[in-house]
Design a protein around this ligand. Structure first.
Ligand SMILES: NC(=O)c1ccc[n+]([C@@H]2O[C@H](COP(=O)([O-])OP(=O)(O)OC[C@H]3O[C@@H](n4cnc5c(N)ncnc54)[C@H](OP(=O)(O)O)[C@@H]3O)[C@@H](O)[C@H]2O)c1
Length: 308
């Protein structure tokens, strides 16, 4: 019987599938080898009182890390800390009520962490706010500046305070929780978009500045995540577009995996990653796409994004 000829397309598909399976197997093996690597590590998380910060705290706690939790609401921090201590017998917690917009309170946060644990292994700059609305109606740029302070400058300041402690031991991770809105411009949330673009630039530049050391920087570029930040947003864009709506726990799991694998940057969904690429190569086409995804009437929905 004559053998069936393999077409180039089939060969290509088989090679592609082989590469993907091989890559997944290597990834799983590396994750298995890294199991337990967070036990006893000191992890400082800003915005650890709820949302993604809470999920990160619980994920690190489940692996036996010690936690320093910072946010403004002391009561909520204590609640998260208590949950974390139940998750693993080794977990130690320190709650430091902090407004990350106040540089003096950031100094106090680092001082208290060093006094209690003597080191910081992983700093997660996660605290953030989102305040939407039309740019030209942002009086005295109040919204814009507030988002730059909390989403960008707090992370920059805290990193500068934590870095000497990491460099002294030549080890550590700076994890910046950023957003897909730091990869392409969304209308009506310009303060947020600008702060997250700047945060991405900061992360990338710092990563390269520290390349010769063993202090690593990870950017987590999240799409929409089901937390208080977008709770009031019922728009089609958030609820049923291919921009994946993920849970805080998924973001936390991906973040821990990324640290374990030594990654520099992760996206939480494939569509975000694709859009980010298209935005670089065909920006005018993407203007049209955004006009369809977020038409001018969308300003009302954007204004419902107001966290503080
Ligand atoms: N949800 C999304 O769709 C999404 C998507 C991409 C990226 N992100 C990013 O993920 C991070 C966490 O957001 P989330 O979705 O978890 O929001 P969230 O549920 O609203 O939580 C925000 C956290 O930040 C803290 N925070 C806000 N202002 C603060 C301040 N001045 N000082 C100290 N802590 C402050 C809050 O605690 P207190 O109020 O107690 O201070 C809270 O713990 C943010 O950086 C956000 O930009 C979110």
């Amino acid at each position: 019987m004559p053998r069936k000829k393999t077409t180039p397309l089939t060969t290509f598909a088989l090679i592609g599938a082989g590469i993907v399976v091989g890559w997944l197997a290597v990834r799983q093996a590396r994750l298995a080898a890294a199991k337990g690597e967070f036990a006893g590590k000191v992890v400082l998380i800003t915005g650890g009182s709820r949302g993604i910060g809470q999920a990160l705290a619980e994920a690190f706690a489940a692996q036996g890390a010690s936690l320093v939790l910072a946010a403004r609401s002391a009561e909520q921090l204590e609640h998260v800390a208590a949950t974390c201590r139940v998750l693993h017998p080794q977990v130690e917690t320190l709650c430091v009520p902090t407004d990350v917009g106040d540089p003096t309170q950031l100094e106090n946060l680092i001082d208290q962490t060093i006094a209690r644990f003597g080191r910081i292994d992983i700093l997660v700059n996660n605290a953030g706010i989102s305040q939407g609305g039309r740019f030209e109606e942002d009086e005295e740029l109040g919204r814009f500046q507030r988002q730059m302070e909390i989403n960008l400058m707090a992370a920059v300041r805290l990193t500068q305070l934590a870095l000497p402690h990491m460099l002294a031991r030549n080890t550590g991770w700076i994890v910046n929780i950023s957003s897909i809105m730091g990869r392409f411009g969304f209308p009506f949330v310009l303060g947020y978009v600008t702060s997250k673009h700047a945060l991405n630039g900061f992360s990338e530049g710092l990563r390269r500045e520290l390349y010769h050391t063993d202090v690593r920087v990870l950017s987590v570029i999240a799409g929409f995540v089901e937390t208080d930040m977008i709770a009031g947003d019922t728009s089609r864009l958030v609820r049923s577009s291919p921009l994946s709506l993920v849970t805080p726990e998924q973001v936390a799991r991906q973040t821990l995996n990324a640290v374990a694998l030594g990654q520099a940057q992760i996206f939480t969904g494939w569509f975000e990653s694709l859009m980010s690429g298209l935005n670089v190569w065909v920006p005018r086409l993407m203007d049209h796409v955004f006009f369809k995804l977020a038409p001018p009437e969308m300003v009302g929905t954007a204004s419902s994004h107001y966290t503080e």
